[in-house]
Write a protein that binds this ligand. Structure first.
Ligand code: CP
Length: 318
């Protein structure tokens, strides 16, 4: 695998899951693979889990790691071509990217949707510039439209906890005070569509996702109906995708918060969220603290998903 931006890049998903579980049994068994190789992690946005889990995964493989927070300590970057750079941005991304490529063997990039241009976001302008100009394998640490390392960890977690071969997985929109990208729900939907699980998406009207990601999921506007019999409840907020409201918060309806009454409708479902989570907006304290909440093992599996992806990239570099 050269680059990793979506589920298709992994190839055979069952094979990738087997590799992930093999790594989980002994995460140091490939510690020679990354010897004398350097991972550069470039963050345009904040992170806790992605930063720590990816760095840990790289260290498990014997890699050296460099972390660059673009907005803290680096030159302010211009990303648009053709701009007269007479403002506060000292360096253009088109020089910065190949320079970054000089100092490493693999690059991870986090660059969220900016909600300034739907076209720029949905063509993955920043991530694709890294792929085009760095000269290095590139993997997404959450881009404008997808968060594949998170979705891979989510899938690993569901595989670990599922009690039936074909569980019912419900992704529910939940309220949030700020406009959040669609990357996590898009990506989760894409990965669930790559399985044979029963997959349902529920959200208020106006929060329809890009049909490309919805795929064959059943969309149900009645949250309670959607949750009936669920084995896994995956909560997430996202801003509107459809025009003219792209990137806007059009509803903060707290009747969509996941609470104990809603969880009682499920098949004793496990509660999942990618974190960070706003308590008592997305989910109530009692649900996230309940024994059915698997948000911590889900976060722990970020190390495993990142290590599986890095291993596949390093194997191609040999
Ligand atoms: N879930 C996730 O990607 O967390 P961070 O934003 O903290 O990396």
């Amino acid at each position: 695998m050269r680059n990793f931006t979506c589920v298709q890049d992994l190839g055979d998903l069952n094979q990738a899951l087997c590799e992930a579980f093999e790594i989980k049994k002994d995460r140091f068994q490939f510690s020679e693979l990354g010897k004398n190789k350097t991972l550069l992690m470039v963050f345009f946005n904040s992170s806790l889990r992605t930063r720590l889990s990816t760095q840990k995964a790289a260290m498990n493989l014997g890699m050296n790691t460099i972390v660059l927070d673009v907005n803290q300590g680096a030159w302010k970057l211009e990303t648009e071509r053709g701009v007269i750079m007479d403002g506060d941005k000292s360096e253009h991304l088109l020089e910065a990217i190949p320079v970054m490529g000089c100092y490493c063997d693999v690059i991870g990039v986090r660059s969220f949707a900016r909600f300034e241009s739907k076209e720029d976001d949905y063509t993955e302008k920043i991530l694709n510039q890294f792929i085009q100009y760095s000269g290095r394998p590139v993997f997404s640490m959450e881009a404008a439209t997808r968060h594949p390392l998170q979705s891979f960890a989510d899938l690993i977690t569901i595989e670990e906890y599922k009690k039936t071969e074909r569980p019912k997985v419900v992704m529910t929109w939940a309220p949030h005070p700020k406009a959040l990208p669609q990357a996590v729900p898009n990506s989760f939907a894409e990965w669930m569509n790559a399985t044979d699980y029963e997959f349902v998406i529920t959200h208020p009207e106006g929060y329809e996702l890009d049909p490309k990601f919805v795929g064959h999921a059943r969309v149900e506007y009645d949250q309670k109906k959607a949750l009936e019999g669920a084995d896994f409840v995956y909560a997430k907020n996202w801003a509107a995708y459809q025009d003219p409201n792209y990137g806007k918060v059009i509803n903060r309806d707290r009747s969509w918060t996941v609470d104990a009454e809603k969880m009682a409708l499920t098949n004793n479902a496990y509660f999942m969220h990618c974190l960070p989570v706003r308590r008592n907006m997305i989910v109530t304290d009692d649900v996230i603290e309940s024994p059915q909440s698997i948000v911590i093992p889900e976060a722990a599996n970020r190390e495993i998903s990142a290590q599986t992806v890095l291993k596949k990239i390093l194997e191609e570099l040999r």
